[in-house]
Design a protein around this ligand. Structure first.
Ligand SMILES: [Zn+2]
Length: 70
């Protein structure tokens, strides 16, 4: 699957990078309150240009932006 240049950049962003302008939120954030003291959230995004999907996680042990191929 081809992804656009903005998504290419997004997949390399460091923690707390902001979503690029064509990334739109998909559904509500998922909140995890597990073993960690404060829990964390995941938010799905989809690109309106190339339809690539990302998940943004606030979990400190996770990558901030995860690209879902296909
Ligand atoms: Zn894209």
């Amino acid at each position: 699957m081809e992804i656009c240049a903005l998504c290419e950049d997004q997949s390399k962003k460091a923690r707390n990078g902001k979503p690029h302008e064509y990334l739109q939120k998909v559904d509500a954030p998922r909140v995890f309150k597990g073993l960690k003291p404060r829990g964390f959230e995941e938010q799905d995004y989809q690109c309106q240009t190339c339809r690539a999907k990302f998940t943004n996680s606030t979990d400190k042990n996770d990558l901030s932006w995860t690209l879902w191929q296909g």
